[in-house]
Design a protein around this ligand. Sequence first.
Ligand code: KG4
Length: 335
Amino acid sequence: MKKMKDILIMGIESSCDETSVAIVKNGREVISNIIDSQISIHEKYGGVVPEIASRNHVEVISSVTEEALKQANIHWSEIDAIACTYGPGLVGALLVGVSYAKALSYALNKTLIGVNHLEGHIAANYITHLDLKPPFLTLQMSGGNTQLILVKDYTSFEILGKTRDDAVGEAFDKVARVIGLGYPGGPKVEKLAKTGKPTIILPKPNLDNLDFSFSGIKTAVINLNHKDPNINKADLAASFQKDVAEILTENVEKAIKETGIKKVALAGGVSANLYIRNKFEELKKKQGLEIFYPELRLCTDNAAMIAAAGYYHYIKGEQSDLSLNAIPNLKLNEN
Ligand code: KG4
């Protein structure tokens, strides 16, 4: 039951290959979170096919929404606002969720809130850790983005460093494809790496600020595999994963020294990687940090995190109008 002061936000997420609708209470409590994943559809193409993704979003978005309301056991009249991802992501896929949210907002006279997908990944931590409050550092590790962010407030961010080339998830996916593991690559590289030893030397970037680079190490894996197709793939996966974990943890360690902030939240699909989480646990012990991870099901794309991020805009009185559009290359500070 909704108490007088409870705020219920419906979240809608369709930026890539997951159609998801969720109902979240007061920004932190997930009442329902339905995720319709298209992984099995795109698997045979070795990656997400944008046009197929858009069509599938159109096909399932109404039934996913009905299921989210049914599981939450609430009526439309109880929803305070509709929050939808409007970028970054695939433009056709984003447009499905944005158009659907705009139509609902207009027809039902509900507040509309456009949410930056990257803010959503950060907000996944608010659902898992009820006491987490800004300021803290976030390491955003997704398929499309890798950046180190100072979360100054719930809706205010400063980018401290970002990748100069590939995103870390993209590097995992490309390595997986080259060594014959298929899509989605991250979890498959992690599984194979468990059976190998990190004995292969790969080049690591040497940047003097808080930026990242993953293309050198990715290209080295591709070249080694090309030169010797019989190379031990498990050792290659383990070596790649170890070096990636070192690049990530070393940059966070530098950011802690520069900012003096010892609270770090991990975000995005790659934060589901247990080897990388373990490396952050080691850093936590070494530096006396507080480290937060979203629960595994909230690491990858879902609408609960979008509703949670939308809540913090809602309570500040920020809303979108019906001119809201999909912005495929939306940056964190541009909302
Ligand atoms: O954050 P996300 O769900 O989507 C974007 O918004 O980009 O991240 C997807 C990325 C993919 O590149 C996927 O391979 C990677 O996260 N990923 C992983 C793991 N699970 C997902 N990478 C490494 N290890 C994992 N266990």
